[in-house]
Design a protein around this ligand. Structure first.
Ligand code: C2E
Ligand code: MG
Ligand code: MG
Length: 763
């Protein structure tokens, strides 16, 4: 049994002090009456005893009722003992009185009085002591047991019958008290459970993040939690007073929790008792917090009102929306935002005679700033660019950052292309002015592609056109602007088709390798043949590798294409005389792939070609980036036995330091050196480079020899070791080069050959 139920049971013993007092007084008077009627002097002490014990018990009851704190289990145990002692003593006193009255006299009135009073007292006791039935049962045993014994000992047959009937009556009373106690305990348990549930509900209600009010069908408040009071700044005993919804809502208005207009809506929702939701903004409570009010009708006609503080959520949503539509760094609208806005502006300008221009701006040399000064400086620079652009534009114009170093300006309502050109010119000039970032002076440029609007154009088409124009502006040397023209779209489309064709060509092995000999000027023999890519397209005809390689690089196709060329060239070389090598061109991107070394090793392995018969031709652009990595890769290739040629020397930076720093075997001087070779200067230059390369231990090749005069001039001082050019042979198919090699090495020139070495060299 739980302590609270036990305490409640003990408490029930002390619940009826008045009837107990009345019973004690009745018994005392009855005892006095029996004493007076019989004149039996022993009955007077009995009367006194009953009066004394009755008085003490009544006082004890009073004392109990004066307690202020709730009854604890320990206290209950003490009070139970006190009650029990009183009850026992009283029962004993009643029993003695009955024995004395019944056995000490033959007065039937006295007998009737003591019997009826004792029975009546016991019957009343059943209604008081059911909480602790065992106390009552002891009382019965002591008081009524004595009565029955005394009746039996009296000896009269009817008295004995009455004693027997008494016993039956007592047994009945015992059962009644036992079942009363069970009912009482059950009720107590149910009450305890309800109290626990109510407590939990209360805790949940007052700890929920939402404010909650429940209004009964008559619009009066039934429940309000603490959170609601806090949110609305509304404090008072509204629930106890069953305040009306009008009073609560008016209270919220007066504390500034809701505005008057919101209050009206809230009140009508409560009155209508329908499901609904409104959002209110508190007018004065701190910082205009937003509250969401949800109304839910109840089955009995009342309604539940839930209030949620949605300020943070709304702020977060606003922030997310901002992040989704604005560039975090510069605060400018982003691509998505810009597209939507342009779409809107284009729709709004329908029917206007004025046109607009879209400027696609790309910063030149921004990457270098990022790479050299670091990203934080790059970020600062972008912010400064954004500021300069903002300052230059009219309120009508719309600007956005498209990511990276790309900005877009929509210049609205202009009369002619000249207005757009003038703005683009000013933007290029302004953005090219110096920037000072962390005491660094930074200079960048800008290229701009411009697309003019026309009726019905979409934002996407406009952006695409401006992008194409930008591409052209950059190709035109940067730091300039370019308008979109229809042929640009055709170029882009042609390029797209070329890309598709290239992919298919690689998959279908439509490519072919031609070979062009390099001839040793002393021996007149072919030492090496350079593999040159050829693509015979059914419609395009023969496509130059100059057109193929950059596109393949852009597409990332160069790795697969390069692998095919390398393997094919190595396998072809295996068919040539042992002294002849093959030269394979490596584009910069192909050379910088991580596993270039394993690619080369694998090609040599599958073809069986000795490494010294493979020459890899790289251009200066390959040496420009990743210097340490490049150096290591070249060293490893050289260590593997492969020879390295520097192709097209003289077209790029022509840095002499490359010749010195990198492990190169051969330098191929570009044919542009031969232009104007008959004048002194280029020849001197060519001879100087050739001598320097030869001094550094490299063999020297001159490309593009077309005439005997050119050959004479370059071979005069003996520093140039090899020559390549149409004079000896154009690039020819594999089968043809095999014939040339047979001729060159077996000295049997096939009919119609182009290998025309001067007799001095052939000798
Ligand atoms: P390159 O490596 O300098 O190849 C020499 C180019 O000069 C070839 O053009 C060749 O036909 C041309 N040529 C040779 N002798 C003469 C001459 O006497 N007069 C004139 N006017 N031209 C001559 P091609 O085959 O059109 O190749 C052009 C460039 O394309 C090559 O320059 C090379 O950089 C690249 N290329 C060619 N095949 C491949 C390849 O398989 N892979 C890579 N990555 N690039 C290749
Ligand atoms: Mg080459
Ligand atoms: Mg070349």
């Amino acid at each position: 049994m739980s302590p609270t139920i036990y305490a409640a049971l003990v408490d029930s013993l002390f619940q009826n002090p008045a009837p107990m007092f009345a019973g004690a007084v009745t018994a005392a008077i009855a005892a006095v009456l029996t004493a007076v009627k019989t004149g039996d002097q022993f009955l007077w002490p009995c009367a006194l005893l009953l009066i004394a014990i009755g008085a003490i018990r009544t006082l004890d009851m009073r004392k109990y009722s004066q307690r202020t704190s709730p009854l604890t289990a320990d206290e209950a145990a003490r009070w139970e003992v006190r009650y029990q002692i009183g009850a026992m003593l009283y029962a004993v006193a009643l029993g003695i009185w009955c024995i004395v009255a019944l056995l000490g006299s033959d007065d039937p009135v006295a007998h009737m009085i003591c019997t009826s009073v004792t029975l009546g007292y016991m019957a009343a006791g059943a209604g008081r002591t059911y909480g602790r039935p065992w106390i009552f049962h002891l009382q019965i045993l002591l008081a009524c047991g004595s009565l029955s014994v005394a009746l039996t000992l009296h000896g009269n047959f009817y008295y004995i019958c009455l004693a027997f009937l008494n016993v039956l009556f007592f047994i009945g009373l015992k059962h009644i008290t036992t079942s009363l106690q069970k009912i009482f305990v059950r009720a107590l348990i149910a009450r305890e459970r309800e109290a626990a549930i109510a407590g939990q509900f209360d805790t949940a209600l007052n700890n929920m993040p939402h404010g909650l009010c429940m209004f009964a069908a008559d619009g009066r408040l039934a429940v309000m939690n603490n959170r609601f009071s806090e949110m609305m700044g509304l404090y008072g005993d509204f629930v106890r007073r069953r305040a009306h919804a009008l009073e609560i809502v008016t209270g919220c208005v007066s504390t500034g929790g809701v505005s008057e207009s919101s209050a009206k809506l809230i009140l009508s929702e409560i009155e209508n008792a329908k499901a609904g939701e409104i959002v209110s903004v508190s007018p004065s409570l701190t910082d205009g917090r937003a509250m969401s009010w949800t109304f839910q009708p109840m089955a009995d006609g009342g309604s539940v009102v839930l209030v949620e503080d949605i300020t943070e959520r709304r702020n977060a949503e606003a922030k997310i929306t901002h992040l989704a539509r604005y560039d975090e760094l510069t605060g400018l609208p982003n691509r998505v935002n810009f597209r939507d806005e342009i779409e809107r502006l284009l729709a709004a300008s329908r029917g206007s005679t004025l046109s607009s221009a879209l400027h696609f701006i790309d910063l030149d040399q921004f990457k270098q700033v990022n790479d050299t000064l670091g990203h934080p400086c790059g970020d600062r620079l972008l912010c400064m660019v954004a500021d300069r652009l903002r300052e230059m534009l009219r309120p009508d114009d719309f600007i956005a950052r498209f990511g990276g170093d790309e900005f877009v300006v929509f210049q609205q309502n202009i009369d002619s292309n000249e207005d757009a050109a003038s703005l683009a010119r000013r933007i290029v000039d302004r953005l090219s002015e110096r920037y000072e970032i962390d005491r660094h002076l930074v200079e960048i440029g800008a290229s701009i592609g411009i697309a003019m609007t026309w009726p019905g154009v979409s934002a996407d088409v406009l952006l695409k056109n401006a992008d194409m124009a930008l591409y052209r502006a950059k190709a035109d040397g940067r730091g300039t602007f370019c308008f979109f023209h229809e042929e640009m779209a055709q170029t882009v489309e042609a390029r797209r088709i070329l890309e598709l064709d290239l992919r298919r060509a690689l998959a279908n092995e439509e490519f072919e390798l031609f070979y062009q000999p390099l001839v040793n000027l002393k021996s007149g023999r072919i030492t090496t043949c350079e593999a040159l890519l050829r693509w015979n397209h059914p419609e395009r005809g023969t496509v130059s590798p100059v057109d193929i390689i950059p596109v393949a690089e852009d597409m990332g196709l160069i790795i697969d294409l390069g692998r095919w060329i390398l393997r094919k060239a190595c396998m072809e070389c295996m068919k040539w005389p042992a002294g002849v090598s093959v030269a394979v061109n490596f584009s910069s991107q192909q050379f910088h792939q991580r596993d270039v070394l394993s690619e080369v090793r694998y090609a040599l392995e599958v073809s069986g070609l000795p490494a010294h018969r493979l020459e890899i031709e790289i251009t200066e652009s390959s040496l420009l980036r990743n210097t340490q990595w490049t150096h290591d890769a070249l060293a490893q290739l050289k260590a593997a036995g492969v020879r390295i040629s520097l192709d097209d020397f003289g077209t790029g930076y022509s840095s002499l330091s490359y010749l010195h720093n990198f492990p190169l075997n051969k330098v191929k001087i570009d044919r542009s050196f031969l232009e104007g070779i008959d004048t002194d200067r280029p020849l001197t230059l060519l001879r100087g480079v050739a001598r320097l390369s030869a001094d550094l231990g490299m063999s020297v090749v001159v490309e593009g020899i077309e005439t005997n005069e050119q050959l004479e001039l370059i071979s005069a001082d003996g520093t140039v070791t090899e020559a390549q050019g149409y004079l000896f042979s154009r690039p020819v198919p594999a089968a043809r080069v095999r014939q040339l090699l047979d001729a060159s090495h077996g000295r049997r020139l096939p009919e119609g050959n182009l290998l025309t070495l001067p007799s001095r060299s052939m000798a």
